[in-house]
Design a protein. Structure first.
Length: 121
């Protein structure tokens, strides 16, 4: 129960809480004694856990980087296929390097006007 912003326990709960707190503190003291007794082993364990965490982080970054590369490759290949389709359908099977296609076709200047639903260049 809460009284004036403070938690108030019944007598039985208070005694049980103190007993639990004592058991927890006893376990923590035992843990510290064991760690002190095997200090080198625990130091090595902490170092290995830190190394494992570092390696797992690298693996995650590697997987994400690989997935992003796959997505970029897919979009690049789609663009190249569209350029190939453009050359086949619009340029009568003309052969162009991608850079030449950019320079000679895609970077052409010009104006476009729409009137009466028709597009004029």
């Amino acid at each position: 129960m809460i009284v004036e912003g403070n938690r108030v326990f019944g007598e039985a709960d208070s005694i049980e809480l103190k007993q639990c707190k004592a058991r927890i503190n006893k376990c923590l003291r035992q843990q510290k004694a064991i760690e002190k007794e095997h200090k080198d082993d625990f130091t090595r364990l902490k170092r290995y856990l830190k190394e494992e965490k570092r390696i797992r982080g690298k693996d995650k970054v590697y997987r994400i980087d690989t997935e992003l590369d796959q997505i970029r490759t897919c979009s690049k290949m789609s663009f190249v296929n569209l350029c190939s389709l453009f050359l086949t359908k619009c340029m009568n099977h003309e052969k162009f390097e991608l850079m030449t296609l950019f320079e000679s076709i895609f970077q052409l200047g010009g104006d476009s006007f729409v009137s009466d639903g028709k597009k004029d260049n």
